[in-house]
Write a protein that binds this ligand. Structure first.
Ligand code: GLN
Length: 484
């Protein structure tokens, strides 16, 4: 059951080959057997999962089911789940039981999906390796000595190890696409505003975007159908009419114009990853696409720009954790200031503190113009690069990450080198455009991800291109040896 596509699972449920309870038990057993090896779950919700599976079976029996009714999934522990611990990977929220559901969680529930649990993540989604989690690092199922990427590393590893067929993630600077690449799965970051941020714990609000993760473009399209949609409770939600993201999967790629930005194939790219990409590019050519060299002249500024804007927004968003209303509170505070200082000092990890300090500094009166304002201006230039590029090409292709998975511990004490893992993903967040990472091959048995970036609201086209590639290749079907 754990090697089936969502369409196959859905068909089997509707034809009563097996029930959602049986399917859910199967995945819960796998989680029990394998989770200790990879640490991809923070919370496993076996009881509520079986109850929702039972309800899904009834719905199927009554003929009231949709395509995702009875299908299991895991939510990144950044999405609030009513009555269930929602930690955001932090000691700060280790004791936090969310009093309400995120819109994304609600929508999946309404579809009759079965939540298996909450996945591990970098603390407050700050990281590229899942090593900043209060709950310990997640391990990459392809090689448990290596990282799964981050911050949605728990979701990516869960899918790669076949502990859940689908998961949600969030992407502020690459956190869906980069772990998808490192774990050999498919992950989509939608256009900013397409998926509601209500109940999604805020890191950097102008960049944060939730999205679907799964084995294939087709699976991911089915989950996006549920996740997307206008939400009055999110002030930046897009009022975009609902689409069926599966409806263009089978369109031909003949005449597709693919842009290859030379900046994505530059220095820093592992030459072996480059070779994998070259092979993939030939596949697209055979499918009828044409290749065009393009430029994204400001892309070299995306990492420094992001590391002003994201910390600035995080320093403001994380000021709500004060030890007073919810979350961690220190023991025996002397006075109010001591309560603030020690609660925050004791419960935030090093990376979160580093970002709050950078952000507070960048926003301070004397430096605002030099850093924050300047970063906002460059952000516009980076967006304009894409506007220009999409006048010439339909889609932009490159490596999701310049390297494959690195060793646990390797970059932990070198924040700059860690920040550079997202060099190809961050610009899409600054511009708000959609991007997808799909498996394209291996280097030394470690997966390589290929990234496709599209124009605003071109999710359907991205999924179509990814699906056509997946019809011609089987990289997305590979399973790590210890998790067959
Ligand atoms: N790795 C980037 C960071 O640490 C992106 C994280 C994310 O997308 N949530 O901020």
């Amino acid at each position: 059951m754990h090697n089936k596509t969502i369409a196959e699972l859905s068909k089997a449920l509707h034809q009563r080959e097996y029930s959602s309870v049986e399917l859910t038990r199967h995945f819960l057993e796998r989680i029990e057997r394998h989770n200790a090896k990879i640490n991809s779950f923070i919370t496993i919700t076996a009881e509520t999962a079986l109850a929702s599976a039972q309800a899904a079976d009834q719905r199927i029996a009554q003929g009231k089911a949709g395509p995702l009714t009875g299908i299991p999934l895991a939510h990144k522990d950044i999405f609030c789940t009513k009555g269930i611990k929602t930690s955001c990977g932090s000691k700060m929220l280790d004791n936090f039981i969310a009093p309400y559901n995120a819109t994304v969680v609600e929508k999946c529930q309404a579809a009759g999906m079965v939540m298996l649990g909450k996945t591990n993540m970098d603390e407050f989604a700050m990281g590229s390796s899942n090593e900043t989690s209060y709950y310990g690092p997640v391990k990459n199922p392809w090689d448990t000595q290596t990282v799964p990427g981050g911050s949605s590393g728990g979701s990516a590893a869960t899918i790669a190890a076949r502990l859940s067929p689908l998961a949600t993630g969030t992407d502020t600077g690459g956190s869906i696409r980069q772990p998808a690449a490192l774990c050999g799965i498919t992950g989509l970051k939608p256009t900013y505003g397409l998926v509601s941020r209500y109940g999604m714990i805020a890191f950097a609000s102008s960049l944060d975007q939730g999205g679907p993760m799964g084995h294939s473009a087709e699976d991911v399209a089915l989950l996006l159908n549920q996740m997307a949609g206008f939400d009055q409770r999110d002030s930046t939600s897009l009022n975009h009419p609902a689409e069926d993201y599966t409806s263009h999967l089978n369109d031909s790629l003949a005449g597709l114009k693919i842009g290859l930005p030379k900046e994505f194939f530059a220095e820093g790219l592992d030459p072996e990853v480059g070779k994998v990409l070259d092979t993939a590019i030939k596949e697209f050519e055979q499918a009828g696409a044409t290749l065009h060299e393009i430029q994204l002249p400001h892309s070299h500024l995306s990492v420094p720009t992001y590391y002003i804007i994201a910390p600035a927004e995080c320093s403001s968003n994380l000021s709500r954790y004060d030890g007073v209303r919810f979350g961690y509170r220190c023991e025996n505070p002397k006075d109010l200031i001591d309560l603030y200082k020690r609660s925050r000092g004791e419960a935030f990890g090093a990376e979160v503190k580093r970002r709050i300090m950078i952000g507070t500094y960048a926003l301070s009166a004397g430096y605002y113009d030099a850093y924050y304002l300047k970063a906002q201006q460059i952000r516009r230039l980076i967006s304009n690069d894409f506007v220009e590029a999409f006048k010439k090409v339909d889609v932009i292709l490159g490596p999701t990450s310049p390297t494959t998975a690195f060793k646990i511990g390797e970059k932990l004490n070198d924040p700059i080198s860690m920040y550079l893992s997202d060099i190809n993903t961050i610009a899409a967040n600054l511009a708000g455009i959609p991007g997808i990472s799909i498996p394209a091959g291996f280097v030394n048995q470690r997966p390589v991800g290929l990234q496709l970036l599209g124009n605003y609201l071109n999710e359907s086209r991205l999924l179509n291109i990814a699906h056509q590639y997946q019809q011609r290749t089987d990289w997305h079907k590979q399973t790590p040896a210890n998790f067959v």
